[in-house]
Design a protein around this ligand. Structure first.
Ligand SMILES: Nc1ncnc2c1ncn2[C@@H]1O[C@H](COP(=O)(O)OP(=O)(O)OP(=O)(O)O)[C@@H](O)[C@H]1O
Length: 291
């Protein structure tokens, strides 16, 4: 008997401050062309994870497409983990770091072709306390920037640029102890990044050693601002000064903030202040459609 193929489109109506009408129309047209029955879920910001989990259970889609920013993409990925559903990304956030890491085009037609295409790879995620991170999470300077951005009035890259001045004035370094399966390290830090991927959505490549499918994540520690050493690190030059930048490839890590609570963000979502994080790799977490 012929069984119909189903695709679920998850849309965040507010991400990136962009109208999603064109996305809806183009995805509907492509679904019809490829003989998929399309269902649409628009996020509300309240219990979206639970709602998407229920939809996945009841609809049993073959494919799920997500039109939103990194926060929506990570949340929807969490809803499908443990299934073999192909996950397609339609970049529609203010920064879109995840799609940049997968080499996805920002052109809508191309992104839709890939999201409905046959190529896919399994990618890892990192569990950090009760959160799932597919991309980049951190404590310190950048998390404070994310907090200030969320409280600011201006969305998009301009919003980030404006909040950067305020953030640099407000930030103070902190002391941290990092315990991994192979080492313990204690240092002062500007930022500690838990990196499954390579690039922030701003295009800054913070983890040149990152591979989202290698069964490892990186802990990147920037100890202080030093432009030359930071530039060496960011360009993948392995001779950077370890007094300035440090990178550890690990499966598990415990991060303790020794002198105070520190700002924490996960995939671009501010999560409050924390004293301790426990991070572990989740291998092959989700199957993502790629070019
Ligand atoms: N309908 C909605 N109204 C308000 N907030 C929402 C809605 N749907 C989702 N959200 C919130 O959007 C956030 C995720 O945004 P996402 O990462 O997709 O985009 P973004 O590019 O970060 O968006 P922004 O334009 O805010 O920078 C989550 O905090 C979620 O709770």
């Amino acid at each position: 008997m012929f069984s119909e193929r189903k695709v679920l489109l998850v849309v965040n109506p507010i991400s990136g401050d962009k109208d999603k009408e064109e996305i809806l129309l183009k995805v509907a047209a492509k679904a019809e062309e490829d003989d998929y029955v399309l269902s649409i879920f628009s996020t509300t910001g309240v219990n979206d994870l639970g709602e998407i989990r229920n939809l996945v259970k009841n609809l049993c889609p073959d494919r799920i497409l997500v039109a939103g920013g990194d926060g929506t993409i990570s949340m929807a990925a969490e809803a499908v983990t443990g299934t073999d559903i192909v996950f397609g990304i339609i970049p529609a956030g203010s920064a879109n770091g995840l799609s940049a890491d997968f080499g996805l085009s920002s052109d809508l037609d191309e992104a839709i072709e890939v999201a409905f295409g046959d190529q896919s790879i399994h990618v890892d995620a990192v569990r950090i306390n009760d959160e799932i991170s597919l991309h980049l999470s951190d404590i310190g300077l950048n998390a404070l920037l994310v907090k200030n951005y969320e409280n600011g009035d201006i969305r998009g890259k301009l919003g980030y640029a404006l909040e950067m001045f305020k953030t640099l004035n407000e930030h103070e370094n902190f002391r941290v102890r990092i315990t991994t399966e192979s080492a313990t390290l204690e240092t002062e830090a500007l930022v500690v990044i838990i990196a499954n991927a390579k690039k922030y959505g701003t295009g800054i490549s913070i983890n040149p050693f990152g591979d989202m499918s290698d069964g490892l994540f990186e802990i990147v520690i920037a100890k202080r601002i030093d432009f030359i050493e930071t530039a060496k690190f960011l360009t993948g030059n392995a001779s950077f000064d370890h007094d300035v930048m440090e990178v550890l490839s690990v499966e598990n890590a415990k991060i303790e903030c020794l002198d105070r609570e520190v700002y924490f963000q996960v995939d671009g979502e501010y999560k409050g202040e924390v004293r301790e994080l426990n991070a572990s790799i989740l291998k092959g977490f989700v199957r993502i459609a790629v070019p």
